[in-house]
Design a protein around this ligand. Structure first.
Ligand SMILES: Cc1cc2nc3c(=O)[nH]c(=O)nc-3n(C[C@H](O)[C@H](O)[C@H](O)COP(=O)(O)OP(=O)(O)OC[C@H]3O[C@@H](n4cnc5c(N)ncnc54)[C@H](O)[C@@H]3O)c2cc1C
Length: 423
């Protein structure tokens, strides 16, 4: 049994946490360089402070966007300077109830069961439901295709005919990486008839959105995220140019996939436009919120209340799967039960990642407002611990006997006054 105060476990090796130096294949972050990120309002902890301390104000002024590897270097420094209690190479594999506590099985560098009162799932984009893979790929041999978040051997794509499905940021970044590795040809197969051009959410960025989204009525939350989903997020300008400046890159819009079959050592892809054989396919098809896809959540998944269960009504707008699957979270990102009493530990498990967006806005799972999200989370957990331990706090209140006054700081004149009055 491990007993500790606060600890973070990460399955990734130290310095490789998150997507940055593994499956994020862009050159720079999309977010502006001035983002506050995880700095918790402390200017000296920002990327800017870290950067200018090393390369100066002039270099900062010249910097356009943050190179992604440099962002990882900053996160490594951030962890070191705050001496954060993180154990790497440790994967959580199971969550179960243990009386008043939550038992989590961890494997890897440490193999044990850890008991905790509160559990935060800061498991990233792929950490709740995993990758989203279209049905037409489910039974195709993995030697012919990968999801964009997989570990892909790009050197092996040299001289090959490659297809990429999707038109988001990851589609462009993976396509560009394949082209730069020497792919003979690269086709972007894009279902939508037009590329989205406007990143709608950036148009209303303000502290109001950060602090107020979670307080909006359900109708407004749904309306906003439904609208944003319908408008779709464009791939970044630089990532798109990184693909299109290759002469052997081709964009096919309005090109839905009908079927994918293996044929003579290749993939035959039938689309709404034509049929063509490829050596390799990269599916840049995003992530999902479906908890049942992750073994470590098997015990809690059936009990988690989703927006489909509790909050969505048809009058709110389109029934989008990723929104219907989103967990219906409480004020401190805690899960709620589908059936009251069926899984009480859910109120102590906090979902601090992309899946929280519909309940809480974009304050987890993205960098810019993550400090606001973290503060909301920690305040909620702190308040809950106090309420749960109220008996103990009350006993401490009664037992506390440390005097601030010793009794010799003043002279009591009141007996004399009383005496005078009596006379
Ligand atoms: C390709 C790509 C590009 C992105 N670019 C941007 C960007 O430019 N700007 C932006 O704001 N956001 C971007 N994002 C979103 C980005 O993921 C987040 O902003 C950021 O990484 C969120 O940090 P996080 O700590 O919440 O999650 P992550 O950084 O994803 O970290 C989650 C960690 O959880 C660990 N983990 C998961 N499951 C388990 C388990 N069972 N046991 C133990 N450990 C586990 C993983 O190993 C991982 O290290 C991007 C995402 C992707 C996928």
């Amino acid at each position: 049994m491990v007993i500790d105060n606060v600890i973070a476990y990460d399955a990734a090796p130290q310095g490789q946490e998150g997507p940055w130096v593994t499956f994020a294949r862009m050159e720079t972050l999309r977010s502006p360089k001035t983002l506050h990120g995880p700095a918790l309002g402390l200017p000296l902890l920002t990327f800017r402070a870290w950067y200018t301390a090393q390369w100066g104000d002039e270099a900062w002024a010249q910097l356009d966007k943050i190179p992604k590897d440099q962002w990882m270097d900053y996160l490594v420094w951030f962890r070191q300077v705050l001496n954060l209690p993180i154990q790497n190479g440790v994967r959580m594999t199971r969550i179960s109830a243990a009386g008043e506590l939550i038992a989590i099985d961890v494997e890897g560098a440490v193999n044990t069961t850890v008991y905790t009162r509160k559990l935060v799932l800061a498991t990233g984009r792929s950490g709740l439901g995993g990758t989203s893979v279209p049905d037409f790929l489910q039974h195709v041999d993995r030697q012919y295709w990968a999801h964009s978040a997989d570990d892909i051997d790009f050197a092996a794509l040299k001289g090959k005919n490659v297809a990429v499905i999707g038109a988001g940021a990851s589609a462009m970044d993976n396509a560009a990486t394949a082209l730069e590795a020497g792919a003979a040809s690269l086709d972007m197969l894009i279902r939508r008839p037009e590329m989205p051009r406007i990143n709608k959410m950036t148009g209303i960025g303000s502290q109001g959105v950060v602090q107020g989204m979670h307080l909006l009525p359900d109708e407004w939350k749904w309306k906003i995220f439904d609208y944003v989903a319908a408008a779709q997020t464009p791939p970044p300008h630089a990532s798109t140019l990184r693909v299109s400046h290759h002469e052997n890159a081709h964009f096919y819009l309005n090109c839905g996939i009908k079927a994918v079959t293996e044929q003579a050592g290749q993939l035959l892809i039938s689309t709404s436009q034509r049929q063509k054989a490829y050596d390799y396919l990269i599916a840049a098809t995003g992530f999902k919120n479906d908890f049942s896809g992750r073994a470590e959540f098997a015990n809690i998944a059936p009990h988690i209340r989703s927006w489909a269960d509790a909050r969505y009504q048809t009058a709110m707008g389109s029934a989008r799967t990723h929104m219907l699957e989103a967990p219906d979270l409480g004020p401190a990102f805690e899960f709620q039960e589908r059936v009251a009493g069926a899984c009480p530990m859910l109120q102590h498990i906090h979902c601090f990642n992309d899946a929280a967006m519909l309940s809480h806005g974009k304050v987890s799972g993205d960098i810019p407002a993550v400090s606001a999200g973290a503060e909301r989370l920690v305040r909620g957990i702190t308040a809950a611990l106090f309420q749960e331990d109220i008996q103990q706090h009350y006993a401490s209140l009664e037992a506390f006997a440390h005097p601030e006054l010793l009794g010799d700081e003043w002279t009591d004149s009141s007996p004399l006054i009383k005496h005078e009055v009596l006379l």
